[in-house]
Design a protein around this ligand. Structure first.
Ligand code: GTP
Length: 638
């Protein structure tokens, strides 16, 4: 496991609505003293005898020691530091590759022991290595370090070159590491759709259970951000299970605290408690301050909103008593807001004011972090689209956001000053402002959901064609870059008009919903399936070619045919025709992929329906294809 995998995710902050710091937690985990999941006490080096003898170490011995140090670098820092020291003493005897590995281990160890400057400097040296693997590993680790420190601008600058170099790498696990850390970057920038696309490129075949835990955590973090816990409950819960089974209890519990935070933001306070309380004793046993702070702060916040002030105070005090040497932690905002509200409710106005000041301090740092994130997002979009239009728009948005934050601060400071002068007046004003803020937030929420709804088919709850094409553009682009194959299936119900006439439109609606559910089960991600027409669906299969697509299509046809029992249609069987194309046949172009699979579908219909047709070059009518939506042109031009 590299530093890339040492990390975990934190969730959406109320004020920044983004994830950060959790990688710090994962990293700092390794700094824990002797803990239940540390191998610190257990490992006796199998190579100890070999090292202790006075004979010079052979090339193979050095390799064995390096492999051992890599294996235990996070679980047994002491032993790995001892091996590093031993090898550093004979560095001139090491080959170029071995020296690179030693530098990587030294940097890793330096970071774990708090020497961040040395770690960064060593990784920078490694970035100039002659060996591709060393360069890629150094850059992805550096990217991860920058993200841990919320330095999104520096992190973003590394990505173009890192991805370019990764294209040449053949080691699937290293590639996976890179995609995972890039996904981490995009989740941090509140772009979970892009994060999931990178994750879809990860080949997990040779993953160990521990690697799966990080992979699942990454996916869960992005899905939590994109769809919410209630929509992805089983997937995200599975993430915690995978981590627990792999012995990664900290990761599992961090994910749990993330879910709880998400639920608190959704005002699902009881649900948040239901998730946190059963895991509390286990989380406490890990004895890790960041995690305990998350648990206590969120439990206190949830209890406060459920009007259980005694319990809220109990947990808020526990959280406050944790010694946190850092200036900012996202739980702080929740903790101090709750403490201030709580003391206000309990009539301790002085204390309420005191906590309000602290809360405001924490908010200031949160806003700084958010501003940096917005700039990095502008930078990332600029890189991705290379369009000044997009960049300018984002910079404008950033400026507007900055102005809004400044104004909010001014107002807040004004009210805090007034609080000292007249508390009653202050209370009235706070009340009015709260009502105003709630209305604005409510309106915004309404706006967002209305916008989202426009992109969802209300009947099947699948994405509509526009949304599907928008997201597929990015997926196709990335798969092209990484030369892996995607397959598109277009599924159309045969004689649906007749079906409606014979069984009624309500049955027709039911049929559409059931087909939507079947296809949803075949999709890797929610955005890979859509209701793309009245009785037409599109399904994008990841890392599958047209031949495999035909097999999937046959299964889909079978499952849909079996729906006649569920719909009680007696002898009438529901048939569908399916057109298929893949990115090889369609030259890695989304435009052609859409056009070719539709062309194949037409062929299936022409041949009587209930058929599966794969596109081939004899069906050449591409030129007739027209981009109907000008708004998508920029995607096709990519
Ligand atoms: N029940 C129901 N019917 C719909 C919905 N949207 C469109 N339709 C009907 O779907 C039918 C689509 O008809 P056509 O496009 O001719 O397709 P078809 O009858 O399946 O013919 P082929 O595709 O050539 O086999 C029309 O009768 C529409 O009224 C819907 O949301 N629910």
């Amino acid at each position: 496991m590299s530093i890339v995998r040492l990390t975990n995710k934190q969730g959406t902050c109320r004020f920044t609505s983004a994830y950060f710091l959790c990688f710090t937690i994962m990293l700092l985990l390794t700094l824990l003293p002797v803990s239940s999941f540390s191998a610190e006490n257990q490992t006796v080096s199998p190579n100890k005898n070999l090292e202790q003898s006075n004979l010079p170490l052979s090339f193979a011995d050095i390799d064995a020691l390096l492999a051992q140090a890599l294996e235990i670098k996070s679980s047994n820092k002491k032993e790995s530091a001892r091996i590093i020291k031993k090898l550093a003493a004979i560095e001139p005897q090491l080959s170029y590759r071995q020296q690179g590995e030693l530098t990587y281990l030294t940097a890793y160890n330096a970071y774990l022991t708090g020497d961040r400057h040395k770690a960064v400097a060593l990784h920078k040296v490694m970035q100039d290595s002659k060996l591709l693997l060393h360069r890629v590993r150094a850059s992805s680790t550096l990217l991860n370090l920058y993200l841990i420190e919320q330095n999104y601008i520096m992190g973003g600058k590394l990505i173009p070159l890192l991805l370019e170099e990764t294209e040449k790498v053949t080691d699937a696990n290293l590639k996976g590491d890179v995609f995972e850390v890039v996904a981490y970057y995009y989740t941090e920038l509140n772009q979970p759709e892009i994060a999931l696309t990178y994750l879809s490129l990860v080949n997990t075949e040779s993953y160990l259970p521990r690697d799966y835990c990080y992979y699942y955590n990454r996916n869960s973090a992005a899905k939590l951000q994109l769809y919410g816990y209630l929509a992805e409950q089983s997937f995200i819960n599975n993430g915690t299970k995978v981590c627990e089974q792999a012995g990664e209890f900290l990761s599992a519990n961090i994910l749990i605290s993330e879910i709880a935070l998400h639920l608190i933001d959704q005002q699902e306070y009881q649900l948040a408690l239901d998730i946190l309380l059963p895991k509390l004793s286990k989380a406490e046993a890990i004895n890790y301050n960041n995690l305990s702070l998350n648990f206590y702060s969120y439990i206190a916040t949830a209890y406060f909103h459920l009007n259980d002030f005694d319990q809220a105070l109990l947990f808020a005090n526990k959280a406050e008593n944790i010694n946190m040497p850092i200036k900012y932690h996202k739980s702080f905002a929740y903790l101090y807001a709750t403490l201030s509200d709580l003391h206000f409710e309990l009539g301790n106005n002085d204390k309420a004011l005191e906590y309000l000041y602290v809360y405001q301090d924490k908010l200031a740092v949160a806003l700084d972090v958010e501003q940096q994130r917005q700039l990095a997002r502008a930078q990332a979009d600029h890189y991705a689209y290379g369009k000044y239009r997009v960049r300018d728009k984002l910079i404008k948005e950033t400026d507007q956001a900055e102005a809004k934050y400044k104004a909010a601060f001014g107002i807040m400071m004004g009210y805090i000053n007034k609080f000292e002068n007249g508390r009653i007046l202050f209370a009235v004003q706070v009340f009015i402002i709260t009502i105003l803020c709630c209305s604005i937030l409510g309106l915004r929420h309404f706006q967002i959901t209305a916008n989202e709804k426009n992109r969802l088919d209300p009947l099947t709850k699948l994405f509509n064609r526009q949304r599907f094409v928008d997201l597929a553009a990015n997926t196709v682009y990335l798969h092209k870059k990484w030369t892996s194959t995607l397959t598109l299936l277009v599924i159309n119900i045969d004689n649906f008009r007749g079906f409606n006439q014979q069984h009624g439109c309500e049955k027709g609606d039911e049929l559409l919903k059931l087909i939507g559910q079947i296809l949803h089960n075949y999709a890797f991600r929610v955005e890979d399936v859509a209701r793309s027409g009245a009785d037409e669906f599109s399904l994008l299969l990841q890392t599958t070619d047209a031949q495999e697509g035909i097999e999937v299509a046959k299964q889909i046809q079978m499952e849909i045919a079996q729906l006649s029992d569920e719909l009680k249609l007696k002898d009438d069987i529901v048939n569908v025709s399916i057109g298929i194309s893949d990115t090889v046949l369609s030259e890695s172009s989304l435009k052609y992929l859409l056009c070719d699979s539709s062309r194949a579908l037409r062929e299936a219909k022409k041949n009587g329906g209930n058929k599966i047709f794969c596109f081939d070059r004899t069906m050449t009518d591409r030129e007739k294809y027209k981009i109907e939506d000008d708004g998508l042109k920029y995607i096709f031009e990519k």
